[in-house]
Design a protein. Structure first.
Lengths: 113, 111
């Protein structure tokens, strides 16, 4: 158990819909990272937040957005969903933002029908 | 992002050592070498990391070539639980700490 929790574990929705994935980092960790894992693209970095502020952006679509709240939990919002958004979404956390181990949650499996 | 090259798959037997290679010929002086693994149906898990010197921890050892253009993750006594995809990743010392995952090496352990 990494100490990172993600909810929900599974999500099934339809094209065009909007969903919110939630992540609670390990106690004391200030950084949260979001990754997407699909069969054709592998594991890809989406976005990083550090202590409530966006720190880095990766291959995140404009339809996707994220935020980190004062209690340090984070949410990833996916809107106008397409079939290709079906994937595993992982959240990771680390103490700070530099050269530290990232601890990954169990992931949320999203299926868009 | 500096690129790493790993074999797609490797196979070993239980209780034998496993050497997982990684080439990173374009590594810069400020790049750290990280290894993560992903067991089936789980999120990635940190294994080990290093900069220049060899490193040991309870999970594995990391041997880094003198020119730093390659490294080897060593599992001293593989168990069935070590069957996973192993990723070798470079991160820069400054800036965002995103992990850039390649295809990794799928390790199969035979009983």
């Amino acid at each position: 158990d990494s100490g990172v929790t993600q909810t929900p574990k599974h999500l099934i929705t339809a094209t065009g819909q909007r969903v919110t994935l939630r992540c609670s980092p390990r106690s004391g960790d200030l950084s949260v990272y979001w990754y997407q894992q699909s069969l054709d693209q592998g594991l890809q970095f989406l976005i990083q937040y550090y202590n409530g502020e966006e720190r880095a952006k990766g291959n995140i679509l404009e339809r996707f957005s994220a935020q980190q709240f004062p209690d340090l939990h984070s949410e990833l919002n996916l809107s106008s969903l397409e079939l290709g958004d079906s994937a595993l979404y992982f959240c990771a956390s680390s103490v700070g933002g530099h050269q530290e181990t990232q601890y990954f949650g169990p992931g949320t499996r999203l299926l868009v029908l | 992002d500096a690129k790493t090259t790993q074999p797609n798959s490797m196979e070993s037997n239980e209780e034998e050592p496993v050497h997982l290679p990684c080439n990173h010929s374009t590594i810069s002086g400020t790049d750290y070498i990280h290894w993560y693994r992903q067991l089936p149906s789980q999120g990635p898990e940190y294994v080990i990391h290093g900069l220049t010197s060899n490193v040991n921890n309870r999970m594995a050892s990391l041997a880094i070539a003198e020119d730093r253009k390659s490294s080897t993750l060593i599992l001293h006594r593989a168990t069935l639980r070590d069957a996973a995809v192993y990723y070798c990743i470079l991160t820069v010392i400054q800036g965002a700490q995103k992990l850039v995952f390649g295809q990794g090496t799928r390790l199969t352990i035979n009983p």
